[in-house]
Design a binder for this molecule. Sequence first.
Ligand code: SAM
Length: 400
Amino acid sequence: MSDPTARCPEWLIDRMIDGGGSISFHRYMDLVLNDPENGFYSTGRLNIGKYGDFCTSPSLGNDFARLLAIQVVDWLLDLEKSGIESELFSLVEIGPGEGTLSRDLIVAITEIAPALISKIELILVELNPGMRERQEKVVSNLNGINCRWSNIEELISSPVTGVVIANEVLDAFPVERLVFTKNRVFRQGVTFRKINDEYFLEFVDLTPTYEIIKFLKESNNLLKIEFPPKDICNRWVTEWHCDVPIWFGKLSKVLINGSLLVVDYAMESKRYYNASRKDGTLISYRNQEANPNVLKDAGLCDLTSHLCIESTINYALTNGWKFMGETRQGQALLALGLSNFLYTLQNTSSNDLSAALNRRESLLRLVDPMGLGEFRWLAFQKDNSDNLILGNRFLEEPIS
Ligand SMILES: C[S@@+](CC[C@H](N)C(=O)[O-])C[C@H]1O[C@@H](n2cnc3c(N)ncnc32)[C@H](O)[C@@H]1O
């Protein structure tokens, strides 16, 4: 059945005709986000922030970056102490969105460890030209910092040592959607139908690829994840982040020594691949509204889906990374000193009351267990020196 709210834009009809009448959900997600002329990200049409399409932690003010910078500085100093030679240490941000996290991290590092800043270069890795244009405006105001944009392939040919941050990026990677009936699995596809001179999008069942079958078998053998779980409804839907293992593989060739921090929507396999989660985790965002209808307003919304924690760690391990640990964002930020920030706000003079209240609200949102506080911080390390010990302050008992 076609959904009358899921109109198919003309440009997408052309892409589907090129694909033989239907495309996989993975291709659909890639097109609506990243198609060079029409994608939500590539055109730079979306806005991140309180008054934009959705909020991310860095878009709530600079406190997220100020706290994260404490951990980044620890890692950079550990690299320096371990005697690893590098002309410059790289701070690489993947998928920098509006560019605010990169900017605010550099400002915070300058405050915390001024001697480090001349030894750092900032590298932004952005897939979409529309977003890069926005980042250029934000980051260009930074003085005295080596800064460049690059892509993974360029970095593989000229690898770096340092810290890589990927905040809310992997959730925007296109996913395969899988549809299970009692005894069959399908690859979800997307097609279009003409009704009264208008074109609408609808789902279609496609044959699963060899890679999908391999993923299901390996998840069961290696991680003991059962597909499908017991007692599913008919047409139970879930996702596979098929691009994430490829990304870890490429990134392990980018970083010679150092750390990688992935911060994202994520949950354990038991909660993810659970009979009660019958539509998976995919959701669309526009104007701060979440919508489970992921075919609606194609190319005008963000699409996002959670990571499975065990699968993500396994993808990293099988691609040359060492796992350092993971925790919820709320815990991580408290461990880095968020409660001190709240405490100092209490002493704000009454002239600054409105700004202080806004800042307090943002700090509480960062640790809210019903919101950003539930995000996961997953840290990995690359060590080609056999000598590298990185401290993970964000995993320590929170400071009260
Ligand atoms: C949800 S936004 C997150 C922005 C930012 N990290 C933040 O927290 O505000 C995702 C960003 O990742 C970019 N992106 C998506 N896929 C990417 C990829 N494969 N490589 C690099 N950037 C990517 C998007 O264009 C966008 O800038």
